[in-house]
Write a protein of this length. Sequence first.
Length: 70
Amino acid sequence: MGDEGDRLEKAGLLYRKRCTKDRRSTYAVLTEARLEMQQKMWVVYSDGIAEDFGCQLDNGELKVIQPINR
């Protein structure tokens, strides 16, 4: 996972878990704090997506993706 994994782990957004079947492998497990952070970030991302791509969608398509913005 490298530096990015280290940064996310230090921030409490993931933790590493050893694979019980193959000790050479490690899983990155996302935490509840990651979900909270993702929800906060989505507000910013969704505005950018709407600004960049919203004008290309018709009303039906906008209705489909509206629940995602919540």
